[in-house]
Design a protein around this ligand. Structure first.
Ligand code: ATP
Ligand code: MG
Length: 270
């Protein structure tokens, strides 16, 4: 199961990715979580201790590795370098494991159509494609905000995309843009996940205004989410309501896996 988690900035992509990752790991699945945000924070959300975080560094910033693999120094424009460098050993070599979740940090990824033609972009692009071809049990991609990255390479091979929204028209607008782009490249397994939902009215609002995607679940708004951040504890451990909501989402994903996409259906979980 390969899932990309997308949505407008600040809606809760990283919070949801961390919750789902831990829920799958606790259910005994092998999880590879990929932080594809230019400023990584999934390690923090997963509660990686400092000594493990010190071992992590974004692939995009590994200049020596990029040069070794592509034959050119990062930052070089023009000149010769391989656009198809060896990457197969990277997930094992550079991911760090904590509580059953393997984490890999990508760093800044220029995958848009007009992305730069440089060694670091070649490296990341090849690695991304490799990750999507691998046979990981569960692959989770915490994408960066917005829609620009939704190139063919990003979503061609994901099984489903979870679009996180808050109960606001703005975040639904981004969701609609994501849907359009994803449909252009023929990805039709798109699910909405409502986050920071305070009551039934807000849940109903999302259900009524969804840009044609089934609502996979809702995560309640809870001040303890920010408290968890301040205390440096994963939301999964600190906020039972969110842990439960994530478990339900994982359950639904498992049921949906391999089954027909419920067109138009908007299953409720609240
Ligand atoms: N259910 C919730 N209740 C209350 N606060 C929340 C909830 N979910 C997320 N937050 C808060 O919202 C903020 C953004 O969350 P998060 O970092 O997960 O979003 P993001 O979509 O990954 O952001 P970015 O676009 O910057 O990567 C954080 O401060 C987080 O603590
Ligand atoms: Mg994030």
């Amino acid at each position: 199961m390969k899932l990309a988690i997308t949505g407008k900035g600040g809606v809760g992509k990283t919070t949801l990715t961390a919750l789902i990752a831990q829920a799958y790991a606790d259910a005994g699945r092998q999880v590879l979580a990929v932080d594809a945000d230019p400023s990584p924070c999934l390690a923090g959300a997963l509660g990686f201790p400092d000594e493990l975080r010190a071992k992590l560094s974004p692939i995009a910033e590994m200049d020596a590795l990029i040069e070794e693999r592509t034959g050119a120094k990062p930052g070089t424009v023009g000149g010769f370098f391989t656009i198809n460098p060896r990457v197969d050993d990277i997930p094992e070599r550079f991911s760090v494991d904590h509580r059953g979740v393997k984490l890999l940090e990508m760093g800044s990824v220029e995958l848009g159509g007009s992305g730069c033609i440089c060694p670091e972009a070649a490296m990341l692009k090849t690695l991304f494609t490799h990750l999507l071809f691998r046979k990981d049990d569960i692959l989770l991609l915490d994408m960066y905000a917005g829609v620009e990255h939704l190139g063919r390479a990003t979503v061609d091979f994901v099984d489903a995309m979870l679009v996180v929204v808050e109960p606001t028209r703005r975040s639904l607008g981004t969701a609609a843009q994501i849907k359009k782009l994803a449909n252009d490249i023929k990805l039709d397994r798109l699910y909405l996940v409502g986050n920071k939902v305070r009551n039934e009215d807000e849940a109903r609002f999302l259900e009524a205004e969804t840009p044609g995607m089934p609502v996979l679940g809702y995560l309640p708004a809870d001040m303890k989410v920010q408290e968890a951040d301040r205390l440096g504890i994963p939301v999964y451990d600190h906020v039972p309501a969110l842990k439960e909501a994530a478990a339900k989402i994982v359950e639904k994903l498992q049921r949906a896996d391999g089954k027909e996409y419920p067109q138009g259906a908007a299953p409720r979980t609240m």
